[in-house]
Ligand binder design. Sequence first.
Ligand code: FAD
Ligand code: EPU
Length: 354
Amino acid sequence: MMIETNSSLKAFNTFSIDAKTKTLFHFKNMTQLSELLTVVKAVRSENRPVLILGAGSNILFCEDFSGLVIRVELTGVDIIASENSYLLQVAAGENWHQLVTHCIDNGIDGLENLALIPGVVGAAPIQNIGAYGSEFKDFCESVDYIDLQTGECLNLSAAQCLFAYRDSIFKSKTMENALITKVTLKLPRKWQANSRYALSKSAESGLEITAQTIYDAICQTRNDKLPDPEQYGNAGSFFKNPVVNQKKAAQLLKAYPKMPHYPQADGQVKLAAGWLIEQANLKGKTIGGAAVHQQQALVLINQNNASAADIFQLAEFVRITVKDKFKVSLEPEVRFIGCQGETNLTEVLNDVRA
Ligand code: FAD
Ligand code: EPU
């Protein structure tokens, strides 16, 4: 059914939170557009919110959703080969990892460092997905979207998307009506391995360095480090890696000479949130059914039937503890839906300082 009412979102978010939405629209093809716009208008006329959803791998639902969830399920991949490059036009509902695998299997190289990132293609521009030295922006030509307010179909070039670390124009208030329908990627035929990490991994294995060996190494590392959401619900890194000024980085390095740190082009320094959390002795910390993952402290998991409040409180606990110890603020990477006021901060604080 295209439109459902009072449906569970449990299967549609990787924390497996059993939140319900009042209205759910499965947007499977562009012929449904006028109907979708009519539903959006009706929902908004009742002052109910609208949420665009991909695979729900970067979202925490703290309460039932009183509005309309549009699940983007548009499919289709067009590959246009030219003398020097491949142009990929990919519909927003295609699975990102399947796209990467399809490309590698067909000798279209370049996306290998971004293998095994969960989610759909239409969500990739939102936070400019990245891993192991590559980011979505390195391959993006343009992004097509619909303005849900006006119904217009529009296009932004990669430069107009203002991509940055875990950020893009699509996170700004001005773009809250933008439903991404398609992305266009450009992959040069002349391939170059683009990550020291991947190179060292494949070199260790003694294999010739190809996009395939890098893809395999990345998949192996990710499978070793990151929990499978099928086993333990999670949303990958719960926080972004914090970026601090040189003075702050120098202070921390004086106290913790082994602290991982990554100087940025603008002079700032990126720190590893996972390291800060581990040093604050939070690996394995639980609140209710939620836990800080033992293998990767930046990942919070649904270990044992966690409620969203458990996960949210654990996130607050981590944030406060890290702030107390290092005076560094962690900003969530995960998008919270309806989580304000869910936590009893006094209790969390007392617990932290006990
Ligand atoms: P959702 O969670 O459904 O949505 C995320 C955001 O995008 C929401 O704000 C939503 O409203 C918006 N959105 C989704 N689709 C559209 C659309 N068509 N138009 C407009 N807005 C839309 N991320 C990384 O960057 N690097 C990693 O290495 C990485 N590893 C991960 C590992 C694990 C195990 C998990 C669970 C997550 C990981 N993530 C990583 C986070 C996640 O995979 C990405 O953020 C991904 O792009 C989310 O895709 P999604 O389809 O699940 O989006
Ligand atoms: N570290 C620890 N303890 C931990 C976790 C990490 O000491 O529990 C240290 C590691 O030893 C390393 C450093 O922290 O020195 C960085 O760790 P890692 O290489 O595992 O990467 P990360 O910074 O934790 C980031 C991204 C991931 C991405 C990987 C690989 C962010 C917020 N996270 O994680 O993205 O896959 O690098 O490039 O930038 C995601 O966004 O959901 C995500 C998984």
